[in-house]
Design a binder for this molecule. Structure first.
Ligand SMILES: Cc1cc2nc3c(=O)[nH]c(=O)nc-3n(C[C@H](O)[C@H](O)[C@H](O)COP(=O)(O)OP(=O)(O)OC[C@H]3O[C@@H](n4cnc5c(N)ncnc54)[C@H](O)[C@@H]3O)c2cc1C
Length: 390
């Protein structure tokens, strides 16, 4: 047996799983098809938002709370900044989802928050363009995770605990054997392990995702960078969500690295197109998408130059209900699936990794995982089985 647990994929979820396994003393080997840092898949880039007033639902609270503790632990162990305390402001109308549902979760979870009218918002955060009837939910404890740095900090912590990492090695096939799983690499090498954790992000749909391929949809989604108006700068700029009257939700976050400070902006629920993460050659963004985003930014971010300074494509993996899968494979309990994160998984990664490690080691998870089982997609599985093959 080459290792107790083989983790396939060293994006943020695989990195967190590797860290958690190594902390528990497991013999862990982690493979990634690409290098230690790369710009494919979902985890690259400088920043991700962490927020707990979660309009997506209170079912995420236990996982969010645990993730929050673990991010702080990681930063403490790392000894350098990984979390930037920007706070978060979530803007919308009383009828939409972001403010009322976020407020509901905040109340249920005892999360510090304030609800502001448009005038208070304009006074506190002058970058936003808001109509009179709009409201904002302010979560002072929200923050920005320095994404690339945090992921590397996890891998670093894992290696210090004797985890082994291999880059440029692509897992191609899994084969259940008597005492575990045999994983064949593209190079022809075979690795035997007790359990395999698949943390392959948008590649989850491929041949490795036994029993789940039918419900996972990798999508391509653009992300843009804008310059703040020089009179305002970005000092004090919060992480934000902005829900427009038509239901479009835009997210944004300040970034400080790589030269001039910028604001990263993207749609949370638009401009998504089926995408093949294997296509590593084209990161072009259609001009009509760029025009659409520029028009939205000129309306909602008045303190920002509305012409994007750069843009690129990113990938993530949607499930039918926009939730996660953190579960053993329906086809073989020695295969654990994580990292179908539906575009909002980075903030959870520390806790997801810990839960994946528990599943792999046959231990109880620190969080109730029942909202994240693959069995909730049983109906889709039946439909896809009975669909005529063409
Ligand atoms: C533009 C954008 C903005 C986002 N903003 C936020 C945010 O603000 N907050 C938030 O919480 N979340 C956010 N997300 C979502 C979050 O980034 C993802 O949920 C998270 O990064 C998923 O990580 P992952 O490890 O599952 O996948 P990935 O990062 O894609 O990692 C998968 C890894 O598996 C490797 N791999 C794949 N197949 C194989 C194989 N066969 N063999 C070996 N290796 C393999 C790949 O090379 C890759 O390194 C955002 C996502 C995007 C794209």
């Amino acid at each position: 047996m080459n290792c107790d647990v083989l983790v396939v994929g060293a994006g943020v979820v695989g990195a967190a799983t590797t860290w958690a396994l190594a902390e528990r003393g497991a013999r862990v080997l982690t493979l990634d098809a690409h290098g230690p840092t790369h710009r494919y898949g979902s985890s690259h880039g400088e920043s991700r938002i962490f927020r707990r007033a979660y309009w997506e639902g209170a079912a995420y609270l236990p996982l969010l709370n645990r993730a929050n503790e673990l991010w702080a632990e990681l930063e403490e162990a790392h000894g350098d900044t990984l979390l930037v305390r920007t706070g978060g402001v979530f803007i919308g109308s009383g009828e939409g989802g972001v403010v009322p549902l976020g407020r509901r979760t905040a109340r249920l979870g005892g999360i510090e928050h304030e609800v502001w009218n448009a005038a208070r918002l304009a006074d506190r955060f002058p970058w936003f363009g808001v109509d009179e009837g709009m409201t904002a939910l302010y979560e002072p404890g929200a923050y920005t995770v320095l994404a690339a740095r945090a992921r590397l900090a996890m891998l670093d912590a894992a290696v210090r605990r004797r985890a082994r990492l291999r880059f440029g090695d692509e897992a191609e096939r899994l084969r259940p054997v008597v005492d575990g799983v045999e994983v064949r690499l593209r190079s022809g090498e075979k690795i035997s392990c007790g359990v395999v954790v698949l943390a392959t992000g948008p590649w989850m749909q491929g041949a490795l995702a036994i029993g789940l391929g039918h419900v996972l949809a990798p999508v391509r989604v653009p992300v843009y960078w804008f310059r703040a108006d020089h009179r305002l700068g970005i000092e004090g700029f919060p992480a934000f969500l902005y829900e427009s009257a038509g239901g479009g939700v835009v997210y944004g976050v300040p970034e400080w690295g790589g030269g001039a400070p910028r604001i990263k902006v993207g749609f949370h629920n638009r401009q998504q197109r089926p995408g093949d993460p294997q296509n590593t050659t084209s990161h072009a963004v259609a001009p009509r998408f760029r025009r659409e985003m520029a028009a939205v930014v000129s309306r909602i971010l008045t303190g920002v130059d509305p012409e994007p300074v750069s843009w690129r494509q990113c990938y993530y993996t949607l499930t039918p209900d926009g939730g996660f899968v953190i579960d053993r494979s329906p086809a073989d309990p020695r295969v654990v699936h994580v990292s179908a994160c539906s575009g909002h998984g980075f903030k959870f990664a520390t806790a997801v990794g810990e839960c994946a490690a528990a599943l792999a080691l046959g231990e109880p998870a620190s969080v109730d995982l029942s909202p994240f089982t693959s069995a909730r997609f049983e109906e889709e599985r039946q439909i896809s089985r009975s669909a005529p093959r063409t």
